[in-house]
Design a protein around this ligand. Structure first.
Ligand code: 5GP
Ligand code: MN
Length: 343
Protein backbone atom coordinates (compact mmCIF):
# COMPACT_ATOMS: atom_id res chain seq x y z
CA UNK A 1 0.00 0.00 0.00
CA UNK A 2 1.56 3.29 -1.09
CA UNK A 3 1.79 6.48 0.99
CA UNK A 4 -0.63 8.12 -1.45
CA UNK A 5 -3.14 5.34 -0.84
CA UNK A 6 -2.72 5.71 2.92
CA UNK A 7 -3.43 9.45 2.55
CA UNK A 8 -6.51 8.65 0.47
CA UNK A 9 -7.74 6.19 3.10
CA UNK A 10 -7.09 8.78 5.84
CA UNK A 11 -9.16 11.27 3.83
CA UNK A 12 -11.97 8.76 3.38
CA UNK A 13 -12.01 7.97 7.09
CA UNK A 14 -11.99 11.65 8.08
CA UNK A 15 -15.75 11.81 7.47
CA UNK A 16 -18.36 9.39 8.85
CA UNK A 17 -18.84 6.31 6.64
CA UNK A 18 -20.97 3.18 6.59
CA UNK A 19 -18.35 0.52 7.06
CA UNK A 20 -18.66 -3.23 6.74
CA UNK A 21 -15.83 -5.49 7.89
CA UNK A 22 -15.71 -9.00 6.44
CA UNK A 23 -13.64 -11.95 7.70
CA UNK A 24 -13.40 -15.30 5.85
CA UNK A 25 -15.84 -18.20 6.28
CA UNK A 26 -15.31 -20.26 9.43
CA UNK A 27 -13.47 -17.33 10.99
CA UNK A 28 -10.56 -18.22 13.27
CA UNK A 29 -8.91 -16.17 16.02
CA UNK A 30 -7.03 -14.02 13.55
CA UNK A 31 -10.04 -13.34 11.29
CA UNK A 32 -12.44 -12.49 14.10
CA UNK A 33 -9.75 -10.79 16.24
CA UNK A 34 -8.69 -8.47 13.41
CA UNK A 35 -12.32 -7.73 12.50
CA UNK A 36 -13.29 -6.86 16.08
CA UNK A 37 -10.12 -4.81 16.62
CA UNK A 38 -10.82 -2.71 13.54
CA UNK A 39 -14.49 -2.49 14.53
CA UNK A 40 -13.57 -1.05 17.96
CA UNK A 41 -11.17 1.41 16.36
CA UNK A 42 -13.65 2.67 13.75
CA UNK A 43 -16.89 2.62 15.73
CA UNK A 44 -16.41 6.01 17.44
CA UNK A 45 -16.66 7.90 14.19
CA UNK A 46 -18.43 5.55 11.78
CA UNK A 47 -21.39 3.19 11.50
CA UNK A 48 -19.59 -0.17 11.54
CA UNK A 49 -20.87 -3.73 11.22
CA UNK A 50 -18.92 -6.94 10.86
CA UNK A 51 -20.61 -9.30 8.41
CA UNK A 52 -19.22 -12.79 8.90
CA UNK A 53 -20.17 -15.58 6.47
CA UNK A 54 -20.97 -17.80 9.46
CA UNK A 55 -20.53 -18.13 13.20
CA UNK A 56 -17.18 -18.30 15.00
CA UNK A 57 -16.01 -20.83 17.60
CA UNK A 58 -17.28 -20.81 21.16
CA UNK A 59 -13.76 -20.36 22.60
CA UNK A 60 -13.63 -16.89 21.02
CA UNK A 61 -17.07 -15.76 22.18
CA UNK A 62 -15.63 -13.87 25.17
CA UNK A 63 -13.85 -11.39 22.87
CA UNK A 64 -14.98 -7.81 23.48
CA UNK A 65 -17.88 -7.06 21.14
CA UNK A 66 -21.19 -5.17 21.12
CA UNK A 67 -24.78 -6.27 20.55
CA UNK A 68 -25.32 -6.48 16.76
CA UNK A 69 -21.65 -5.67 16.08
CA UNK A 70 -21.51 -8.91 14.09
CA UNK A 71 -24.11 -10.17 11.60
CA UNK A 72 -23.91 -13.70 10.29
CA UNK A 73 -24.62 -13.90 6.58
CA UNK A 74 -26.00 -17.45 6.77
CA UNK A 75 -28.36 -16.94 9.73
CA UNK A 76 -29.06 -13.17 9.46
CA UNK A 77 -29.21 -12.93 5.72
CA UNK A 78 -31.60 -9.96 5.42
CA UNK A 79 -29.78 -7.80 7.96
CA UNK A 80 -26.44 -8.71 6.40
CA UNK A 81 -27.57 -7.78 2.91
CA UNK A 82 -29.07 -4.53 4.20
CA UNK A 83 -25.81 -3.33 5.77
CA UNK A 84 -23.88 -4.39 2.67
CA UNK A 85 -26.23 -2.38 0.45
CA UNK A 86 -25.72 0.73 2.59
CA UNK A 87 -21.93 0.34 2.88
CA UNK A 88 -19.53 2.96 1.53
CA UNK A 89 -16.36 1.10 2.59
CA UNK A 90 -15.87 -2.66 2.87
CA UNK A 91 -12.81 -4.07 4.64
CA UNK A 92 -11.77 -7.62 3.71
CA UNK A 93 -9.72 -9.15 6.51
CA UNK A 94 -7.60 -12.31 6.65
CA UNK A 95 -8.50 -13.60 3.17
CA UNK A 96 -7.72 -12.55 -0.36
CA UNK A 97 -10.17 -14.28 -2.70
CA UNK A 98 -13.91 -13.69 -2.55
CA UNK A 99 -14.73 -17.40 -2.97
CA UNK A 100 -13.49 -17.84 0.64
CA UNK A 101 -16.83 -16.29 1.68
CA UNK A 102 -18.94 -19.11 0.22
CA UNK A 103 -20.86 -18.66 -3.02
CA UNK A 104 -23.98 -16.86 -1.65
CA UNK A 105 -22.06 -14.21 0.20
CA UNK A 106 -19.55 -13.90 -2.64
CA UNK A 107 -22.44 -12.93 -4.96
CA UNK A 108 -23.69 -10.22 -2.57
CA UNK A 109 -20.23 -8.79 -1.94
CA UNK A 110 -19.50 -8.64 -5.68
CA UNK A 111 -22.44 -6.25 -6.08
CA UNK A 112 -20.74 -3.70 -3.82
CA UNK A 113 -19.36 -0.83 -5.90
CA UNK A 114 -17.79 1.36 -3.18
CA UNK A 115 -14.26 1.19 -1.80
CA UNK A 116 -12.81 -2.18 -0.83
CA UNK A 117 -9.79 -2.22 1.49
CA UNK A 118 -8.05 -5.59 1.87
CA UNK A 119 -5.65 -6.43 4.69
CA UNK A 120 -4.28 -9.95 4.49
CA UNK A 121 -1.20 -12.15 4.82
CA UNK A 122 -2.08 -15.08 2.53
CA UNK A 123 -0.31 -15.81 -0.72
CA UNK A 124 -1.41 -14.86 -4.24
CA UNK A 125 -4.11 -12.24 -3.59
CA UNK A 126 -6.84 -11.81 -6.18
CA UNK A 127 -6.87 -8.32 -7.72
CA UNK A 128 -10.08 -7.26 -5.96
CA UNK A 129 -9.10 -3.69 -5.13
CA UNK A 130 -6.24 -1.22 -5.51
CA UNK A 131 -6.35 -0.66 -1.74
CA UNK A 132 -4.59 -3.83 -0.83
CA UNK A 133 -2.23 -4.25 2.08
CA UNK A 134 -0.81 -7.73 1.51
CA UNK A 135 2.30 -9.12 3.18
CA UNK A 136 2.85 -12.86 3.31
CA UNK A 137 5.81 -12.46 5.65
CA UNK A 138 3.67 -11.13 8.51
CA UNK A 139 2.47 -13.79 10.97
CA UNK A 140 -1.12 -12.61 11.23
CA UNK A 141 -3.70 -10.18 9.92
CA UNK A 142 -3.91 -8.86 13.48
CA UNK A 143 -0.27 -7.78 13.33
CA UNK A 144 -1.04 -6.14 9.97
CA UNK A 145 -3.99 -4.25 11.49
CA UNK A 146 -1.55 -2.95 14.12
CA UNK A 147 0.80 -1.81 11.30
CA UNK A 148 -2.20 -0.33 9.45
CA UNK A 149 -3.03 1.72 12.56
CA UNK A 150 0.64 2.79 12.68
CA UNK A 151 0.32 4.01 9.08
CA UNK A 152 -2.83 5.94 10.08
CA UNK A 153 -0.94 7.42 13.07
CA UNK A 154 -3.58 5.85 15.29
CA UNK A 155 -1.69 3.43 17.56
CA UNK A 156 -2.41 5.82 20.41
CA UNK A 157 -6.12 4.94 19.93
CA UNK A 158 -5.47 1.28 20.77
CA UNK A 159 -7.37 0.64 24.01
CA UNK A 160 -7.64 -2.54 26.10
CA UNK A 161 -10.43 -3.97 23.87
CA UNK A 162 -8.50 -3.44 20.65
CA UNK A 163 -5.29 -4.72 22.27
CA UNK A 164 -7.09 -7.86 23.46
CA UNK A 165 -8.54 -8.62 20.01
CA UNK A 166 -5.18 -8.09 18.29
CA UNK A 167 -3.36 -10.20 20.89
CA UNK A 168 -5.71 -13.13 20.26
CA UNK A 169 -5.14 -13.17 16.49
CA UNK A 170 -1.38 -12.90 16.81
CA UNK A 171 -1.33 -15.60 19.49
CA UNK A 172 -3.53 -18.07 17.57
CA UNK A 173 -1.88 -17.58 14.14
CA UNK A 174 1.64 -18.01 15.57
CA UNK A 175 0.80 -21.13 17.61
CA UNK A 176 1.42 -19.03 20.73
CA UNK A 177 4.48 -17.26 19.34
CA UNK A 178 6.35 -20.38 18.19
CA UNK A 179 6.01 -20.51 14.38
CA UNK A 180 8.88 -19.09 12.27
CA UNK A 181 6.65 -16.16 11.25
CA UNK A 182 7.03 -14.86 14.84
CA UNK A 183 9.61 -12.08 14.74
CA UNK A 184 11.13 -9.64 17.20
CA UNK A 185 8.66 -7.08 15.77
CA UNK A 186 5.81 -9.43 16.69
CA UNK A 187 7.12 -9.59 20.26
CA UNK A 188 7.52 -5.81 20.42
CA UNK A 189 3.92 -5.38 19.28
CA UNK A 190 2.76 -7.96 21.82
CA UNK A 191 4.64 -6.06 24.54
CA UNK A 192 2.86 -2.86 23.48
CA UNK A 193 -0.52 -4.63 23.47
CA UNK A 194 0.11 -5.85 27.03
CA UNK A 195 1.05 -2.28 28.02
CA UNK A 196 -2.22 -1.11 26.46
CA UNK A 197 -4.29 -3.51 28.54
CA UNK A 198 -4.27 -6.99 26.95
CA UNK A 199 -4.27 -9.42 29.89
CA UNK A 200 -1.98 -12.07 28.42
CA UNK A 201 -2.36 -14.83 31.01
CA UNK A 202 -6.14 -14.43 31.03
CA UNK A 203 -6.28 -14.50 27.22
CA UNK A 204 -4.31 -17.76 26.99
CA UNK A 205 -6.59 -19.22 29.64
CA UNK A 206 -9.76 -18.06 27.83
CA UNK A 207 -8.67 -19.58 24.52
CA UNK A 208 -6.79 -22.72 25.50
CA UNK A 209 -8.14 -23.87 28.85
CA UNK A 210 -11.81 -24.12 27.98
CA UNK A 211 -11.94 -27.64 26.53
CA UNK A 212 -15.14 -29.60 26.88
CA UNK A 213 -14.93 -33.26 27.88
CA UNK A 214 -16.21 -34.14 24.38
CA UNK A 215 -13.46 -32.15 22.70
CA UNK A 216 -10.74 -33.95 24.64
CA UNK A 217 -12.37 -37.33 23.89
CA UNK A 218 -12.49 -36.35 20.20
CA UNK A 219 -8.80 -35.43 20.39
CA UNK A 220 -8.18 -38.91 21.87
CA UNK A 221 -10.04 -40.44 18.91
CA UNK A 222 -8.08 -38.29 16.44
CA UNK A 223 -4.77 -39.35 18.02
CA UNK A 224 -5.75 -43.01 17.90
CA UNK A 225 -6.51 -42.56 14.16
CA UNK A 226 -3.06 -41.05 13.53
CA UNK A 227 -1.14 -42.78 10.71
CA UNK A 228 2.51 -42.32 9.80
CA UNK A 229 4.14 -42.62 6.38
CA UNK A 230 7.75 -42.60 7.59
CA UNK A 231 9.12 -42.98 4.06
CA UNK A 232 7.65 -39.58 3.17
CA UNK A 233 8.10 -37.92 6.61
CA UNK A 234 4.34 -37.51 6.55
CA UNK A 235 1.57 -38.21 9.05
CA UNK A 236 -2.18 -37.80 8.87
CA UNK A 237 -5.34 -38.02 10.91
CA UNK A 238 -8.88 -38.82 9.81
CA UNK A 239 -12.15 -37.99 11.53
CA UNK A 240 -15.35 -39.39 10.08
CA UNK A 241 -18.75 -37.76 10.58
CA UNK A 242 -19.76 -40.72 12.78
CA UNK A 243 -16.74 -40.10 15.03
CA UNK A 244 -17.50 -36.36 15.21
CA UNK A 245 -21.11 -37.15 16.15
CA UNK A 246 -20.05 -39.68 18.79
CA UNK A 247 -18.12 -36.97 20.66
CA UNK A 248 -20.69 -34.19 20.20
CA UNK A 249 -18.52 -32.19 17.79
CA UNK A 250 -18.83 -28.40 18.13
CA UNK A 251 -17.41 -25.78 15.79
CA UNK A 252 -13.72 -25.23 16.59
CA UNK A 253 -13.24 -28.61 18.29
CA UNK A 254 -10.80 -29.85 15.65
CA UNK A 255 -8.78 -26.64 15.51
CA UNK A 256 -5.11 -27.35 16.18
CA UNK A 257 -5.49 -31.13 16.10
CA UNK A 258 -3.37 -31.39 12.95
CA UNK A 259 -0.43 -29.93 14.90
CA UNK A 260 -0.23 -33.13 16.96
CA UNK A 261 0.50 -35.01 13.73
CA UNK A 262 3.22 -32.49 12.90
CA UNK A 263 4.73 -32.76 16.38
CA UNK A 264 5.94 -36.31 15.70
CA UNK A 265 9.73 -36.47 15.63
CA UNK A 266 11.02 -36.48 12.05
CA UNK A 267 7.65 -35.55 10.47
CA UNK A 268 7.61 -32.47 8.26
CA UNK A 269 4.23 -32.84 6.52
CA UNK A 270 0.93 -33.41 8.34
CA UNK A 271 -2.70 -33.50 7.31
CA UNK A 272 -6.09 -33.92 8.90
CA UNK A 273 -9.14 -35.06 6.90
CA UNK A 274 -12.50 -34.18 8.40
CA UNK A 275 -15.70 -35.53 6.93
CA UNK A 276 -18.62 -33.09 6.58
CA UNK A 277 -21.69 -35.04 5.50
CA UNK A 278 -23.91 -31.94 5.34
CA UNK A 279 -21.63 -30.09 2.91
CA UNK A 280 -20.70 -33.37 1.19
CA UNK A 281 -16.99 -32.57 1.44
CA UNK A 282 -13.85 -33.66 3.20
CA UNK A 283 -12.23 -30.58 4.76
CA UNK A 284 -8.48 -30.80 4.99
CA UNK A 285 -5.92 -28.92 7.04
CA UNK A 286 -2.31 -29.22 5.97
CA UNK A 287 0.82 -28.25 7.89
CA UNK A 288 4.52 -28.48 7.13
CA UNK A 289 7.95 -27.59 8.46
CA UNK A 290 10.69 -26.06 6.36
CA UNK A 291 10.61 -25.59 2.59
CA UNK A 292 7.77 -27.95 1.64
CA UNK A 293 4.88 -25.66 0.64
CA UNK A 294 1.46 -26.95 1.69
CA UNK A 295 -0.04 -23.85 0.04
CA UNK A 296 1.19 -25.14 -3.32
CA UNK A 297 0.14 -28.70 -2.51
CA UNK A 298 -3.37 -27.57 -1.54
CA UNK A 299 -3.68 -25.36 -4.64
CA UNK A 300 -2.44 -28.09 -6.97
CA UNK A 301 -4.57 -30.94 -5.67
CA UNK A 302 -7.27 -29.92 -3.21
CA UNK A 303 -8.84 -26.71 -4.40
CA UNK A 304 -7.37 -24.76 -1.50
CA UNK A 305 -4.46 -22.62 -0.43
CA UNK A 306 -3.13 -20.62 2.52
CA UNK A 307 0.48 -20.20 3.59
CA UNK A 308 3.67 -22.15 2.90
CA UNK A 309 3.47 -23.98 6.23
CA UNK A 310 -0.29 -23.90 6.94
CA UNK A 311 -2.98 -24.35 4.36
CA UNK A 312 -6.40 -25.87 3.83
CA UNK A 313 -8.30 -27.54 1.08
CA UNK A 314 -11.27 -29.75 0.29
CA UNK A 315 -12.27 -32.82 -1.61
CA UNK A 316 -15.61 -34.00 -2.92
CA UNK A 317 -14.61 -37.66 -2.82
CA UNK A 318 -15.33 -39.96 0.13
CA UNK A 319 -13.04 -39.91 3.15
CA UNK A 320 -11.37 -43.14 2.06
CA UNK A 321 -10.94 -42.00 -1.56
CA UNK A 322 -9.53 -38.66 -0.40
CA UNK A 323 -6.95 -40.33 1.82
CA UNK A 324 -6.01 -42.74 -0.99
CA UNK A 325 -5.66 -39.83 -3.39
CA UNK A 326 -3.47 -38.01 -0.84
CA UNK A 327 -1.28 -41.10 -0.36
CA UNK A 328 -0.95 -41.60 -4.12
CA UNK A 329 0.44 -38.06 -4.45
CA UNK A 330 3.23 -38.48 -1.89
CA UNK A 331 5.73 -40.34 -4.15
CA UNK A 332 5.71 -37.38 -6.57
CA UNK A 333 6.86 -35.15 -3.70
CA UNK A 334 9.32 -37.59 -2.14
CA UNK A 335 12.47 -35.67 -3.11
CA UNK A 336 11.00 -32.40 -1.84
CA UNK A 337 9.79 -33.99 1.39
CA UNK A 338 13.16 -35.56 2.09
CA UNK A 339 15.02 -32.40 1.14
CA UNK A 340 13.07 -30.15 3.51
CA UNK A 341 15.62 -28.50 5.81
CA UNK A 342 13.93 -29.55 9.06
CA UNK A 343 15.32 -32.71 10.64
P1 5GP B 1 -6.83 -24.23 8.61
O1 5GP B 1 -6.17 -25.50 8.23
O2 5GP B 1 -6.47 -23.80 10.00
O3 5GP B 1 -8.30 -24.20 8.33
O4 5GP B 1 -6.23 -23.12 7.66
C1 5GP B 1 -4.85 -22.91 7.53
C2 5GP B 1 -4.61 -21.70 6.66
O5 5GP B 1 -5.04 -21.97 5.32
C3 5GP B 1 -5.40 -20.49 7.10
O6 5GP B 1 -4.60 -19.36 6.90
C4 5GP B 1 -6.61 -20.49 6.20
O7 5GP B 1 -7.08 -19.19 6.00
C5 5GP B 1 -6.07 -21.10 4.92
N1 5GP B 1 -7.11 -21.93 4.27
C6 5GP B 1 -7.85 -22.91 4.84
N2 5GP B 1 -8.68 -23.48 3.96
C7 5GP B 1 -8.48 -22.83 2.78
C8 5GP B 1 -9.06 -22.96 1.47
O8 5GP B 1 -9.94 -23.80 1.21
N3 5GP B 1 -8.59 -22.10 0.52
C9 5GP B 1 -7.61 -21.19 0.78
N4 5GP B 1 -7.20 -20.39 -0.22
N5 5GP B 1 -7.05 -21.04 1.98
C10 5GP B 1 -7.47 -21.85 2.99
MN1 MN C 1 -4.56 -15.26 9.57
Amino acid sequence: MTNTQISEIKDLLSTPQNIVIIPHKNPDGDAIGSSLALYHYLKDKHAVTIVSPNDYPEFLKWLPSDKNAIRFFDKQNKQSKRVLEKATIVFLLDFNALHRLGSDMEKSVKKFDGTFIMIDHHQQPDPITEYIYSDTSVCSTCQMVYHFLEKLDAVNKVDADIATCLYVGIMTDTGSFRFPSTTSTTHRIIADLIDKGADNAQIHNNVYDVNSYGRLQLLGKALSNLKVETEFRTSYITLSQAELDEFDFQKGDTEGVVNYALSLDGIIFAAIFIEDVEQKIIKMSLRSKGAFSVNQFARNHFNGGGHDNAAGGRSEMTLEETVNNFLSLLPTYKTELLRSDEV
